[in-house]
Design a protein around this ligand. Sequence first.
Ligand SMILES: C[S@@+](CC[C@H](N)C(=O)[O-])C[C@H]1O[C@@H](n2cnc3c(N)ncnc32)[C@H](O)[C@@H]1O
Length: 191
Amino acid sequence: MRRTVLARRGARVVGVDRSRALIQSAEHAARTGTARFVLADVRALPLASGRFDGVVCNHSLNEMRDPRPALSEFARVLQPGGRLIVLMLHPCFYGGRDRSGRRFDLDSDRYFSTRRLEQRFSVSGLSSPAPTVLWMRPLEAWFSLLADTGFCVQRLREPRPPPRVAAEPWWHENFRKPLFLLLVAVRQPPK
Ligand SMILES: C[S@@+](CC[C@H](N)C(=O)[O-])C[C@H]1O[C@@H](n2cnc3c(N)ncnc32)[C@H](O)[C@@H]1O
């Protein structure tokens, strides 16, 4: 959807996902316009180097046990000064849930480890048919990964619902702590 908005504003947009269903759904939503969608792994992007001025990675890095190859690929396709925008689960607050749905307490032992979470998501009474595997790591690990792959973090934001939405029962129940982290990082010139 966001890619479609960018395309309508004249950007030449390429959407990438390794899920055929996601690509088909994005193509259906875009229908017309300049966005194109590619079935590929972001750890090996079928795209030329240094040709993009922005990469938006929305809720995908938490699905990777090792996000470094993906970040390296984002750096490769960006021109120097290009921006990477990453939205992810908030490493400082998102503890995950056990099989019975009970929230884990995020103490310092858990926080400073690389944690594997396996859980189903439930929204509006619908539960995902298969569990999702997520990887959580501390905030300092994300900053190190970004610096090591050629980025400098320019901005950190913590998206949250507006008060009207936050008052809705689902958000009231589930948004007890900050859930999301948005980082804007600038591709540094190669040394
Ligand atoms: C929570 S969904 C977010 C979907 C989409 N990015 C969006 O903005 O709506 C996570 C997506 O990451 C994709 N993904 C995970 N690892 C990937 C990889 N290595 N290469 C490409 N896509 C990947 C999954 O296929 C899944 O569609």
